[in-house]
Design a protein around this ligand. Structure first.
Ligand SMILES: NC(=O)c1ccc[n+]([C@@H]2O[C@H](COP(=O)([O-])OP(=O)(O)OC[C@H]3O[C@@H](n4cnc5c(N)ncnc54)[C@H](OP(=O)(O)O)[C@@H]3O)[C@@H](O)[C@H]2O)c1
Length: 243
């Protein structure tokens, strides 16, 4: 049977490439995007490649959109096999330095509303459909910015980059990954976090070494693991990362 996947923030960047690579595996992909014009444009590009994709309006910070997507998936497909929680924002402004003393509560709240609360609300809403899959997979696209291990390691290249709102939101997402994997340990569902690497996108800038297609690989691989694959891990290209 054809598998069904939902990718959030699939109109551009890593999300678009993730949707493309999953669809190339003969998976039917729902392209979540908050902007209808952008979402339909992405749908058109992938359909021109004969890929089975459908745009679905999804602002992950909008409870009505989440409810509509849940109802659409349950009504149209019954089960959801793969959820890629990719959508995120970077609102700190600067990557370099440490803005912990000055970052505004508005920036923190706006970041958490999308990167953390939106992702948690969507995932909880879709869990009944994911439970109906024979092999549910949840992939949280996180970041090494959220890793305590990296931020405590003075020799790590990212040590000098401490944008607090974005990093803290990804740390919270990592905790969600560990706790959800534990909560679902008696099911067939596997929950993992991945770091895409430093990728040429709006968030990563054009200075980054990896293309969006390369950045999508870690998440796609984790979405396609079999029943012997891991759960509750944080990795990039199969290499385990410190939490
Ligand atoms: N690029 C990197 O170097 C890097 C490194 C580590 C982790 N990541 C992670 O990779 C993921 C993808 O980011 P990217 O690098 O591909 O950046 P991007 O090109 O800016 O893509 C972000 C996507 O998220 C969407 N989005 C933002 N807020 C949303 C909301 N409320 N509802 C639905 N969609 C929303 C954006 O939609 P709009 O177009 O409407 O804004 C866009 O499609 C993120 O989780 C990011 O944290 C990236």
């Amino acid at each position: 049977m054809t598998k069904i996947a939902l990718v959030t923030g699939a109109n551009k960047g890593i999300g678009f490439e993730t949707a493309k690579q999953l669809a190339q595996q003969n998976i039917k992909v729902l392209l979540g995007a908050r902007n209808e014009t952008e979402g339909k444009k992405a749908e058109g590009i992938l359909r021109d490649l004969s890929l089975d994709v459908t745009y679905i309006k999804l602002d992950i910070s909008d409870s009505t959109d989440i409810e509509n997507v849940k109802n659409y998936i349950e009504g149209e497909h019954g089960a959801l096999d793969i959820l890629i929680n990719n959508a995120a924002v970077f609102l700190d402004g600067e990557w370099f330095g440490n803005n912990t003393e000055t970052v505004t509560l508005k920036t923190l709240r706006d970041t958490f509303d999308i990167n953390y609360f939106g992702t948690v609300e969507l995932t909880q809403a879709l869990l009944p459909a994911i439970r109906k899959s024979d092999a549910g997979r949840i992939v949280n696209v996180s970041s090494v910015s959220g890793s305590f291990g990296v931020h405590l390691d003075e020799t790590h290249w990212l040590y000098a980059l401490k944008p607090y709102a974005y990093s803290a939101s990804k740390t919270a997402l990592n905790q969600f990954t560990v706790f959800l994997a534990n909560a679902l340990s008696d099911s067939k569902i596997k929950v993992n976090a991945v770091n895409p690497g430093w990728v040429q996108t709006s968030i990563g800038s054009d200075q980054a070494p990896l293309t969006p297609a390369e950045g999508a690989k870690s998440g796609v691989e984790m979405a396609l693991i079999d029943e012997n694959g891991p759960t509750g891990t944080f990795s990039q290209s199969g290499e385990i990362l410190p939490w």
